[in-house]
Design a binder for this molecule. Structure first.
Ligand code: DAH
Length: 342
């Protein structure tokens, strides 16, 4: 076969296989195989030296034509493959603007104490209670004396507190709000008074020098222990569920007469007795009673006309009970891993 035929055949074959390349890598490899230093066309060009000079000119011209024809095919194929790659990338990166979005940040939840507080609040508001507020820094008179706890009263020992001076303390309970209500509002009224309270207590699983109470205070004519029990049962059921039983147990507070503590049947063991309820089946959740006539008289009302009922509960304590939390400190650490559970 003459040189011209060889060139024509090579051109035909090389064009076909270059056109058939499916990837840029394959195309570059073919290019080397044909036009590279050891390529098939290069070999033919080298062999031209052996030709007669008369033949050399025409074969050389044709060889150059083949070479540029093949280079043109390569360029064309390169562009085509690039276009394909671009289309593939577009498809892969396509953005569906109608797809539902991803949440920008995870949803939070309410602190167990806030959840508990709101259940109590909503139950009381449902019974016609309104909100009343008092200061955390309180007069000794309001916190103790007018509540029937004069300076030398032994019951003051149970509520040692932080003194700003002789007459000003960090309130030890929300009960001083009762005095503020009686001296600023006109009865009858039904109030709930939530807030922070303070005591000199060592921190442990069940004590904190700062905790939270809700005071309930109703002043009207002819209130009885039956009214008190009805109100307490209502919100206890709202917080702990309808199955929980309650009992009033006689107790002592200087600002109520008679006084009682309210126990609920233990929600952990269902009343059979366990570690949490110390084997009794009952857990104490609040103090309450019929307002002591002295307190009503201290605030300028006639205790023969006006009666009161009151209760004070620890929100921290109730949240622990509701959610089965065994250490009050966990409520204050704000560890998201802990709080996420509720
Ligand atoms: N203030 C009391 C305490 O912190 C709780 C309390 C008991 C509040 C009886 C009351 C009540 O209103 O009637 O220990």
């Amino acid at each position: 076969m003459g040189m011209m035929e060889s060139l024509a055949l090579l051109r035909e074959e090389a064009e076909a296989s270059l056109r058939n390349c499916q990837s840029p890598e394959e195309l570059e490899q073919q290019l080397i195989d044909v036009l590279g230093r050891n390529g098939s066309l290069t070999a033919i060009l080298r062999a031209m030296g052996k030709l007669e000079s008369s033949e050399r000119a025409s074969v050389g011209a044709y060889a150059n034509k083949v070479k540029s024809a093949l280079e043109a095919v390569v360029a064309e194929r390169r562009a085509a493959l690039g276009e394909v790659a671009k289309q593939l990338r577009f498809e892969k990166e396509a953005l569906d603007v109608t797809a539902p979005g991803q949440l920008a940040s995870p949803l939070g939840r309410l602190h167990p104490m806030t959840q508990t507080y709101r259940l109590i609040r909503d139950a009381l508001v449902g019974m016609g209670f309104s909100m009343f507020d008092g200061p955390e820094i309180e007069l000794d008179d309001n916190n103790f004396t007018l509540l029937n706890l004069p300076k030398d009263h032994p019951a003051r020992d149970m509520q040692d507190t932080f003194y700003i001076n002789e007459n000003v303390v960090l309130r030890t309970h929300t009960s001083p709000c009762e005095i503020r209500a009686l001296t600023t509002l006109t009865p009858p009224f039904r109030l709930m008074m939530p807030g922070r309270v303070f005591r000199v207590d060592e921190v442990d699983a069940s004590h904190s020098p700062v905790f939270h109470q809700i005071e309930g205070f109703v002043v009207d004519k002819g209130l009885t222990l039956g009214d008190l029990k009805g109100i307490l049962d209502s919100f206890v059921h709202a917080v702990f569920g309808e199955d929980v039983k309650t009992r009033l147990r006689p107790s002592y507070f200087p600002f109520t007469e008679p006084s009682a503590e309210l126990d609920v049947s233990c929600s952990i063991c269902g009343g059979k007795g366990c570690r949490v309820c110390k084997g009794t089946g009952w857990i104490e959740i609040l103090g309450c009673g019929i307002t002591n006539p002295h307190e009503i008289a201290n605030c300028g009302y006639d205790p023969k006309v006006w009666t009161g009922l009151a209760f004070g509960l620890g929100v921290d304590r109730m949240a622990n009970l509701k959610f089965g939390i065994n250490d009050i400190r966990l409520e204050y650490e704000n560890d998201a891993r802990f709080l996420r559970q509720f």
